[in-house]
Design a protein. Sequence first.
Length: 398
Amino acid sequence: MIFEANSFIKSLPRDWLSVYPILKFHGFIPTLVGGTIRDFLLSGHIGKDLDFELRHPTIAFNRDTWKTLGQSLSKLGRISYLPFEVIRLDLNQVQFEFSPPRREIFFNDWHSQGHSNFEAQFDFQMEFRESVQRRDFTINAMGIMFKSSSDIEFLDPLSGLEHLALKILHPCGEDFQKDSVRFLRAFRFRRKLNFEFSADLEQVLISMPLIKIGAKYFWDELKKSNHPLEMFHDLLMWKTKKINLILPVQFEELILKWDEFSSLVTEPCEHDYWIIALEWVGLSSREWQLFFNLGEEQTGRLVKWVNLSKHLSNISPQSFKLEFASVFESDSFKIIFDWYFMTKHLLQKKTTGMLLNFIKMNIPVWSHIFELDLPKDVKHIDPPRRSQYQVWSLCQSL
């Protein structure tokens, strides 16, 4: 695997030619960093998010200079100021982010802090080799320094290109373990890129403390992996050697039921389908609900829906092909009645196709009821019984 400079320059977004002169005017030397380079090497394409470190050969970092740069860039597009002195420029559907090189000085009690357990020191003259030490994986620690808008130098002090060719994830430095979220990022990139852990990274992951990994980070990393179920399974299997890894499930029980469970999560980027699948295989969704701070009312509604669905799987539409007066007060009819309207309510709020797929997979005989419209000629039925009569009529057509 090699870096093709000419191909890279040709792939840059056109707006880069408007941005670079402003950076040069203020004396900055930009270096593109992060996943853009990794993805270009893997796919030959440059995405819409470009992150730059800006160095200055003669001045120290100061916010007045930084603010002046932001004002100049605002003439091109919309400017946002983000934490850690990041300036974001949104320009014609391309997002440029600019930051000064920084050191991360971790607090003495870093292991008991959250994700931001350090203070940042900004330095316009910090060498690239030092600034990338704070990053996560070597494949994300390559850089492209722009000597001009079209004259570039590929920087790879941590052998990221070699690790990319070998398809391994390797930590950038000894501070890797001080950010608990990086534990999840390792599993995310492993699944997203289909890479393996280096021996060094595996040892770091086994030993690193996992304090205060927020539910938001957990959920975000699952979704960013592009394979949430597979990543979650990886975490389940690691729980046996990573005792302090907190998971929102009864992990030993779920491992035993994984094949059935995973086939039921028809939309792994929505919590509701995880709750439905957990309850269907006989595991409580309470831990999931508490971990992610999901609403009691919605979770309770889903649990009730699963219970009704399970009962319905043992009931045939033939049971209701009797006179209305003979069935509408039976327990079985109450189940189909409640289930039908609860499902209609869920279908209005959730991905319709995914929920219908779940029903087709698990109670297929009843999935056809949603292909029918409720009958409207019910004026001859007493108002309190009209809804029951409509559902009974649907059952006659199945």
